[in-house]
Each structure stands twice: as structure tokens, then as C-alpha cells.
Ligand binder design. Structure first.
Ligand code: UD1
Ligand code: MG
Length: 452
């Protein structure tokens, strides 16, 4: 089957009270529309077409590079009119699936169910306790679908119907094209309703297929920040639940946020308030302390991250100890058993096995060997105001506290640097290098007195 997917995203989103088009607001770290595009992609469609309108070029711009075709709907005359805009690009031998850009959590399995019946119109429906606001599925006495009636056009009897139209549907493209060209806007809202194609299919003697959605959240639409916040919590709860089922220990499943893809091996423990962004992998036995933020990073087995650490685009080895209050910035690679303690910032640096920087340091553009000890307050001066330079510290070096290493500079293997030194030249291996004024004693020296 050739599949075309049309995503409707032209709506205004008035109730978001934002200059940003509704579908570009984010849920779990990516836009509503991107969620839908990603789900659509799992079905291997021949093409994905996004119908946009409000917010101008912001929507196509956001889709740049994602191999999605954008089609402008201007003005916006209803859902049927929106799908009409995509007709010139649809392939008649295909099946067309219509999705909504503001219904972000639709899942692959549900879409596959709709697509199993391919020779007729298929609708995704839902039974709701409170169907208010939705189009209702009208069935005959034998349970066959007759039509969809919008709430605003429905009789009070029809309004009692609990089965609603989620809006998501699929149909053979040639039929869809024929029906869409026949749409009229003679209804309460003066719009071209996509839902009117149901009665057309029935009039042609087709048996309309329906699929019931399993999880209500899959078809939850976003119209306001309140709904967005509620769906975010619901989805985070779902993601946390999946981690618990795999055996991850979460101190509180309601206090973890996953804005991307978090994968965990056995015996991982995550304390409260942690945020994971992008692709994060936590290997066996990793512990992440409270209020840590980890982004696009792999953390190898048994490493412990103490509270309030911030790690971004780094690679962390096994049995490391990070934090509390550590900041590891992009391009950093920590090998095994490395310690990075409080108020230590590491950027674009490699730190080999068993090296330690436990307190108050800046390590930027550095290559640090094994078993190196970096004393408190050590700074790599990597920047001259125009260019950046590297600091190399070879195996077994010991850097005394409050040392400034003015790059480019190399500290030789096994060298010791005296505390308080400013090192501007390469130091030989072994021995002691220091650059520090000699300590003086001035006997009988008096502190100045306040002038009267
Ligand atoms: C629509 C359905 C209704 C269903 C409900 C589910 C129709 C006529 N009604 O109603 O049966 O129960 O969704 O939420 O289809 N859009 C455009 N261009 C337009 C109009 C809408 O792209 O001209 C997009 C919107 O951005 C939105 C989607 O289509 O993503 C649905 O539009 P909306 O106005 O919310 O339709 P409803 O009246 O809620
Ligand atoms: Mg709606």
C-alpha cells in the first residue's frame, strides 16, 4: 500500500494567547507537530503533507530539513477545505490518512489499526462520558455508521450520542478526492466539513469502518496552555510508568521529566526533580541525584551523579563520581573512575581514568591524563580574548590549588605544580614547578591607623 499522510495544522489556536502557532508549542521537549510527524513517519508513508495557515512561515520553517511538504491554506474555511489544499499532491493510487497537528500523542499501533481496512473510509472514534464539543458518530439501528454530525448542527437527541469523531481518518485517495470536491458549506459554521464525506461514502453504499482508540490521551487535542500542561503531566506519568515497569527506581514518578528519549539499563536510580533532554542513556547501576539535568549524554555503568549537576552532550565513563553542583559541558569525555566535584566546570575536555578535580575549577579545552589530581581553584586559561588554546596535563601530574594554566601549555608526566602558580610555559616531567613570590616576614610591621 502506498500511503500519503495529511496533517492539519492551519488552525489559529486563539486560546493559547501566543504569537507562536499552536502546533509549535512543545510537549515533552518537542513541538506538538513534530510528535505527529514522528508518529506519521513510523508508518513509512510515501509523503507527509502539512497544511498550515496561521503563524505564516513559522510552521514550514520549523519543518525544514524534515522531508515534509508544507501546503498553505489561506483563508481557513474548515477541515474539509484544509484537506482539499493537499489534493494536488496526493497520489490517487494511495490511501490517505488525515491527522491533526494539535493531537500530538497518537500512536503507531492505533494508526496501523485504522489502515488495516483499505477499501473504504475508516474513522477513529472514542466513547466519552462527556462528548460536548465533538462531532458525533450517527449509527442506524443495526449499528452501521450513517454520518458525522457536528455538535453545533446536532439535534438534542443526537447530542446524547457518546461516540465521538476524533477527527483522524483514512480513505482511498481517489474516493477522498471525489468526495472532497463535492463538499458544501451549508452548516451552522459556514465551513467545509471534512466529516461530511462520511454521509457521501454511505450514500455510495460503502460500509464505513470504525476503530476505537485505546488510550484516551492518544486523541487528546490541545487548545489552551491548561490542556497542554495537563497532557504534559499525563504523558510524563506514562513515560515514568514505562521506566518503572522496566525496573528503574524513581524516587517519585511524578517528579521526573523526560524531554526526549531516556534509555536505562538495570538498577538505575533517579532521584526527584531530574530532567532528561534529547537522547540520554544510563547504563547499569547509574544513580542520578536530585535536581540534575542531563542532556544528550551517555553515562556508563555505576557512575553516580550527585544532586544539582548539569551535564550536556558529554560522555561519562564507568564508576565516575560527579557533583554535587558539577557542570559538564559539550564535547567532554570522562573515562572511568573520574571524580568531578562541586563547582567544577568541564568543557570540551578529555579526562582519563582515575583523575580528579574535586573542587571549584574550570577545565576548558584540556586533555588530562590518568591519575591526575587537580587542586581546588585550578583554572585553565584557555581564551586570550580572541582564540582558544589547549591545556595538556600528562599522567600522574599533581596540580596544586589555585593554579592558573595559561594555554597553550603542557604539564609533563608526574610533574607537581606548587599551589598558587601561574604556569605560562610547558613544565618538565617529574619534579616541582612553581611560580610564586617568596614568602616574606617583616618584623615590627604596623597596620595603618585611621586618620583623625
Ligand atoms: C473537528 C471535527 C469534529 C471532531 C473534532 C475532534 C470537523 C468538521 N469536525 O471539529 O467532528 O470531533 O475535530 O477534535 O472536521 N484546521 C485547519 N484548517 C481549517 C480548520 C481546521 O487546518 O480551516 C485544523 C485545526 O488546526 C485542527 C483541526 O483541523 O488541528 C481540527 O479543527 P478544529 O477547528 O479544532 O475542528 P473542530 O471544530 O474541533
Ligand atoms: Mg477542535
Amino acid at each position: 500500500m502506498v500511503l500519503n499522510i495529511v496533517i492539519l495544522a492551519a488552525g489559529k489556536g486563539t486560546r493559547m494567547h501566543s504569537d507562536k502557532p499552536k502546533v509549535l508549542h512543545s510537549l515533552a521537549g518537542k513541538s506538538l507537530l513534530q510528535h505527529v510527524v514522528d508518529s506519521a513517519r513510523t508508518l513509512n508513508p510515501a509523503q507527509i503533507i502539512v497544511v498550515y495557515g496561521h503563524g505564516g512561515e513559522m510552521v514550514p520553517q520549523a519543518l525544514q530539513g524534515s522531508k515534509v511538504k508544507s501546503v498553505l491554506q489561506e483563508p481557513q474555511l474548515g477541515t474539509g477545505h484544509a484537506v482539499q489544499q493537499s489534493l494536488p499532491f496526493l497520489d490517487d493510487s494511495s490511501v490517505t490518512l488525515v491527522l491533526y497537528g494539535d493531537v500530538p500523542l497518537i500512536q503507531q499501533g492505533t494508526l496501523e489499526k485504522i489502515l488495516t481496512v483499505q477499501n473504504t473510509l475508516s474513522l477513529l472514534t472514542q466513547n466519552l462520558e462527556d462528548p460536548k464539543g465533538y462531532g458525533r458518530i450517527v449509527r442506524d439501528t443495526e449499528g452501521r455508521v450513517r454520518s458525522i454530525i457536528e455538535e453545533k448542527d446536532a439535534t438534542s437527541e443526537q447530542r446524547k450520542i457518546r461516540e465521538i469523531n476524533t477527527g483522524i481518518l483514512a480513505a482511498p485517495t481517489s474516493l477522498l478526492r471525489k468526495w472532497l470536491l463535492k463538499l458544501r458549506n451549508e452548516n451552522t459554521q459556514g465551513e467545509y466539513y471534512l466529516t461530511d464525506i462520511v454521509a457521501m461514502a454511505v450514500a455510495e453504499g460503502l460500509k464505513v469502518n470504525t476503530v476505537q482508540v485505546e488510550n484516551a490521551w492518544e486523541v487528546a487535542g490541545i487548545n489552551s496552555k491548561t490542556q497542554l500542561a495537563a497532557l504534559e503531566r499525563l504523558w510524563q506519568g506514562e513515560l515514568a510508568g514505562r521506566l518503572l515497569l522496566q525496573g528503574v527506581t524513581l524516587a517519585d514518578p511524578a517528579r521526573v521529566d523526560i524531554r526526549g528519549e531516556l534509555t536505562c539499563e538495570r538498577d538505575v536510580e533517579i532521584d526527584v526533580g531530574c530532567i532528561f533532554e534529547g537522547r540520554v542513556h544510563l547504563a547499569k547501576g547509574v544513580k542520578v541525584g536530585a535536581y540534575s539535568v542531563v542532556k544528550n549524554t551517555n553515562i556508563a555503568a555505576y557512575t553516580q551523579i550527585a544532586p544539582y549537576s548539569h551535564i550536556d552532550q558529554a560522555e561519562i565513563g564507568e564508576h565516575c563520581q560527579i557533583g554535587p553542583f558539577a557542570r559538564i559541558r559539550p564535547g567532554s569525555k570522562l573515562h572511568n573512575e573520574v571524580h568531578v566535584g562541586n563547582f567544577v566546570e568541564v568543557k570540551n575536555s578529555e579526562i582519563a581514568n582515575q583523575s580528579k578535580a574535586n573542587h571549584l575549577s574550570y577545565i576548558g579545552d584540556a586533555t588530562i591524563g590518568q591519575r591526575v589530581n587537580i587542586g581546588a581553584g585550578t583554572i585553565t586559561c584557555n581564551y586570550d580574548g580572541a582564540n582558544k588554546f589547549r591545556t595538556v596535563i600528562e599522567d600522574d601530574a599533581f596540580i596544586g590549588s589555585d593554579t592558573q594554566l595559561v594555554a597553550p601549555v603542557t604539564v609533563g608526566r608526574g610533574a607537581t605544580i606548587g599551589a598558587g602558580s601561574t604556569i605560562t610555559k610547558d613544565t618538565p616531567p617529574g619534579g616541582l614547578t612553581l611560580s610564586r613570590a617568596k614568602q616574606l616576614y617583616v618584623p615590627g610591621w604596623q597596620r595603618p591607623l585611621k586618620k583623625k
